[in-house]
Ligand binder design. Structure first.
Ligand code: PMV
Length: 415
């Protein structure tokens, strides 16, 4: 059989339905339609090997669903920390670049969904009990989530839902709870779908959970599985998709197994810039296109570093990714400084400690002032001593959380 690669666009469609036999044939035909800059960026997509990828339409329920009067389902889902950052998106919550994250273990949300058939369909009907108390503040976010996923979850309006939820980390800790919170809701909804449609496969179950979570909060799609998850089509990641996160099924050197993450809570306040505002800053951003290309290149590089156990290279890439994320915000319009003086103090001390002790500890940042310290398990004792002795002083109320890489969502019986 002749070896034919088909090059396809981000939605998984072949360009014009024509399978191109080679990179050259592809460019000869299509190059006039895309600019040089786009060509470079799209290479990560165009040259992704064609393999089984679900399309948006695959997530619509096809058959007839069963009939269940009431029940309850419950899941515990973790937060995640990106190594190559997702920053910049387009409708409907699709990433401008591929990202990869470590799934965490201790920072998680537990959610129980009690569902009961309504007499008449009407609008969405739900209430939220967060950490033991009825919560009105989360309602608009969940209402919006339900609206976005309605086309894929046809039973949403048929039931009244009571959602009990709690986080393992303090509510106002500056740790984003949207990844764990939205993925927990998505897992619960998939458990209900499975009750109504028992024949769905495990693979579909997890992919659709990730697909739904993504529509709630982009990075939430990386919280369903573990220990490393990739979101966004990339030529070097088999099966990768813009629609859902996939397991990083490549070789990982022992040093990267059970990697540690201590979150230093520098600022427990509300986020200064919401994710939505932040992502929107990438429109018309002077450096956005180059950043998206860089992220694609970094995915290829980190894949090699993870395989080869190249910790020093991994450190350089991860720290550069964190600083680049902040650099994008420093150079956007309007511009933001999301680090605090203590963030910089901590970074400087990590660098000094690393040089003096030949350590492999490094940092990464989310879109805020808190610092994630990443380090191999075999350096746990020394690094944790360093945190307690030197870094805790720069955290709000000396507060930090020790975490490590986890395996993703866990089904539970009740919260
Ligand atoms: O999922 P969102 O829309 O809250 O975006 C989160 C983006 C970062 O946390 C800054 C980076 C990432 O990839 O998680």
């Amino acid at each position: 059989m002749a070896h034919t690669k088909s090059y396809f666009d981000r939605s998984g469609n072949d360009f014009g339905g024509v399978p191109f036999r080679s990179r050259k044939a592809f460019f000869d035909t299509i190059a006039t339609k895309i600019t040089k800059k786009e060509t470079k960026r799209d290479e990560f997509v165009i040259f992704a090997p064609k393999c089984h990828r679900l399309k948006t339409t695959d997530f619509r329920v096809k058959g007839v669903l069963g009939n269940i009067e009431k029940g309850k389902v419950a899941w515990q889902t973790p937060s995640n920390i990106a190594l190559v950052k997702y920053w910049g998106k387009k409708e409907p919550q699709l990433p401008e670049n591929t990202s990869i994250s470590f799934t965490l273990n201790n920072c998680h949300t537990t959610t129980e969904m009690v569902f009961e058939k309504k007499k008449t369909e009407g609008d969405f009907s739900f209430e939220i009990v967060f950490e033991g108390e009825k919560n009105e503040a989360f309602k608009p976010k969940i209402q919006k989530f339900f609206e976005r996923i309605q086309a894929y979850v046809p039973f949403l309006k048929e039931y009244h839902f009571t959602i009990f939820s709690k986080n393992s980390f303090p509510h106002s800790s500056g740790i984003a709870s949207s990844a764990s919170g939205m993925s927990a809701l998505a897992m619960c909804l998939m458990s209900i779908e499975k009750l109504l449609s028992p024949e769905i496969s495990e693979d579909y179950f997890y992919k659709k959970a990730s697909f739904l979570a993504r529509l709630g909060s982009g990075s939430a799609c990386r919280s369903v599985k573990g220990s490393l998850v990739v979101w966004g089509v990339h030529k070097d990641i088999a099966g990768s998709s813009d629609l859902y996160g996939v397991d990083f099924n490549e070789e990982i050197a022992p040093v990267f197994k059970n990697y540690q993450d201590t979150i230093l809570l520098v600022d427990k306040g509300e986020k200064q810039v919401s994710s939505t505002v932040g992502h929107n800053l990438m429109f018309e951003h002077a450096y956005a296109q180059n950043r998206f290309v860089q992220a694609g290149e970094n995915i290829s590089k980190i894949k090699t570093f993870l395989k080869e156990g190249a910790v020093k290279d991994f450190i350089a890439l991860v720290e550069s990714e964190a600083l680049t994320l902040h650099a994008m915000m420093l150079t956007s319009h309007p511009y933001f400084i999301l680090m605090k003086p203590n963030t910089l103090e901590i970074i400087q001390r990590i660098w000094d400690y690393r040089t003096t002790n030949d350590s492999n500890v490094c940092f990464t940042l989310d879109a805020g002032a808190n610092v994630h310290l990443l380090y191999p398990e075999n350096e746990k004792e020394e690094v944790q001593r360093f945190i307690e002795k030197e870094l805790a002083a720069f955290c709000q109320n000396k507060h930090f959380i020790h975490d490590h890489v986890g395996q993703g969502a866990q089904e539970i019986t009740a919260i």
